[in-house]
Design a protein around this ligand. Sequence first.
Ligand code: ATP
Ligand code: MG
Length: 362
Amino acid sequence: FQTVVLDPDPHSPAGLVSHQHIQTDYLDPIGLQKMAAACQAVTTEFENVPADALAQLATTMQVAPNAHAVAVAQDRRLEKSHFVNCGVPVAPFAVIASDADVEAVLKQAEGTSLMPGILKTARMGYDGKGQVRVRHPQELVHALQQLGGVPSVLEKMLPLKAEYSVIVARGHDGAMVHLPIQHNVHRDGILAMTQVWAGVCDSALEAQAISAAKSIAQELQYTGVLCVEFFVLEDNALVVNEIAPRPHNSGHYSLDACDISQFELQLRCMAGLPLTQPRLHSPAVMLNLLGDIWFGKLGEKSGSDPNFPEVLSLPGTHLHLYGKGEARKGRKMGHLTATASTQEQAHALANQAATILGIAAI
Ligand code: ATP
Ligand code: MG
């Protein structure tokens, strides 16, 4: 397939590796026309592409996922009501869109039952951005100000035992397949590591998560790759956190550890090719490489890259750098997947690589 990328960023990493880069705003009508003229199928990789841009393209061509599904994923309010409609449990929450909402939350007994909580902007959040912890009801007004007063959702802070995600792919014909369940570890609200192997999750919970992910995709009439993030609470209850309407960071390991990657699944969905169930051929641990590892211990930026050759000298490491121009703290610059014949070996290998790169042990 030949590919065209529309991205306003002149240094767009995807633009660098595609056949054509249309560098313009997502809603530029001329850019969208050029794209429609050049392409047979369109998808979105970045979650905050305006759903309107997809809706416009969909008037003349195949767009997957559909604009409605993307719009739902872009707004935590719509997203949560979708989960509720699907009968999948969510964290207790309240929508905070006005002063009256704040007062209502503070007045109701609910005001205290949602505390301690996290206030999350309804739109445009990612990697823990657009979130503020709210320990006491008195902090709510200030927290909302910190977020610029935009419509938000107050969520109860839950006692998490673990976090998992499930990636499903759904074809135009409604057929669905999924990647093996992924165990995710976050640091400071950012995905740090994903572990995947048989038995990484209790099998009853795994079945529950896969079935919830499928019904969420089904009810959206979704086409393409969808990631569903879950929390497992201390009492083993499964709660859905959010969805990402695209190949997801927690599925990147599939490039190196599965016989079909999440990216191939996306292509098959777009091209109307058959979907077959991916098979994990090696236990895998994926480490995210944040911009932080380009900085020294004293916080100064080092002039050179981390010691990637040493990491690559370890059998079973797979390095992916995205070609982003500037390393910044907290910015996802790439990832490293460690594959091995056993989960213990994959884990030890990832730890060895982490030590070389200056990432805290996992
Ligand atoms: P991303 O786009 O990177 O997935 P995000 O900015 O959309 O992240 P969330 O997924 O909502 O943010 O939250 C990021 C992380 O913060 C979660 O993976 C989890 O570790 C923690 N977190 C979020 N909500 C809660 C909650 N209600 N209770 C406990 N922990 C939470
Ligand atoms: Mg998340």
